[in-house]
Design a protein around this ligand. Structure first.
Ligand code: ADP
Ligand code: MG
Length: 233
């Protein structure tokens, strides 16, 4: 689904990470782990076409997305990608419903259906009936869950999640990881940047980015076994 091939990123003379090679398949839940500042968010931004790598390729459907022009970037982000941002990236001065409707635009003709999908997604994230509330009146954890509901409504083929449990208590973090697991089981390719071991342990595999080190993808774990982080240097 997405093949990251010898990807490198630096700023000026500083190398953040290099030769990152990893494949994310449909139905796979991958953890991107590593200490703060190691470049996890930057890698997600590169995969999500919000940032450009310094070298290497990101292949999707046979095309190298690092060469995409503006139009192709827009289409990928609109049609394929669901991005769960660390700062939620919601429209603050709008209602919960308005924020979720953004994800249903192509099905505008079927308004009732979209409304139902929104209600179901909100219920699933523990925010049933909160459609009319303003985003800026919600707590950080609630906003995080609205952002996840927006992705559930969109049903993208690829989901990138940056520290999705960072602002959440234990119960809500479990809900979020359960939902990401369900989306991957339904065929979605999911990458989660996280320093939360509980999240990592629920993923199929974990990989780390290290400066000037080859990153090796852990083998898909056997049923029931905890994921192992494999980092070759
Ligand atoms: P992580 O998500 O693992 O905490 P980040 O990807 O946010 O790491 O950042 C990794 C490093 O890259 C940080 O030290 C940050 O300062 C640096 N960085 C990120 N973006 C830029 C930029 N545009 N210019 C220079 N340095 C940057
Ligand atoms: Mg980060």
């Amino acid at each position: 689904m997405i093949d990251i091939v010898k990807l490198s990123k630096g700023f000026g003379t500083r190398t953040l990470w290099s030769d990152v090679t990893v494949t994310v398949n449909p139905g796979e839940l991958l953890a991107l782990v590593g200490p703060s500042g190691s470049g996890k968010s930057t890698l997600l931004n590169c995969i999500g076409l919000l940032d450009r790598p310094s070298a290497g390729q990101i292949l999707h459907a046979g095309k190298d997305m690092t060469q995409f022009g503006r139009r192709e970037i827009r289409h990928f982000r609109r049609d394929v990608l669901g991005y769960l941002f660390q700062n939620y990236a919601l429209i603050e001065n709008a209602t919960v419903a308005a924020n979720l409707e953004v994800a249903t635009k192509p099905q505008r003709s079927a308004r009732g259906k979209a409304g139902m999908a929104i209600a179901e997604a909100l219920e699933r994230v523990g925010l049933a009936g909160r459609e009319k509330e303003m985003i800026h009146h919600l707590s950080g954890g609630e906003q995080q869950r609205v952002a996840l509901a927006r992705i559930m409504v969109k049903k993208p083929a690829v989901v990138l999640a940056d520290e999705p449990t960072g602002a959440l208590d234990h119960a809500n973090a479990t809900t979020v990881i359960d939902i990401l697991r369900e989306m991957s089981d339904a065929g979605c390719a999911v990458v989660i940047a996280t320093h939360d071991d509980r999240v990592r342990d629920r993923c199929d595999a974990a990989f780390a980015v290290h400066e000037n080190a080859l990153v090796t993808q852990a083998p898909t774990k056997p049923e029931g076994a905890p994921a192992e982080q494999v980092s070759a240097s």
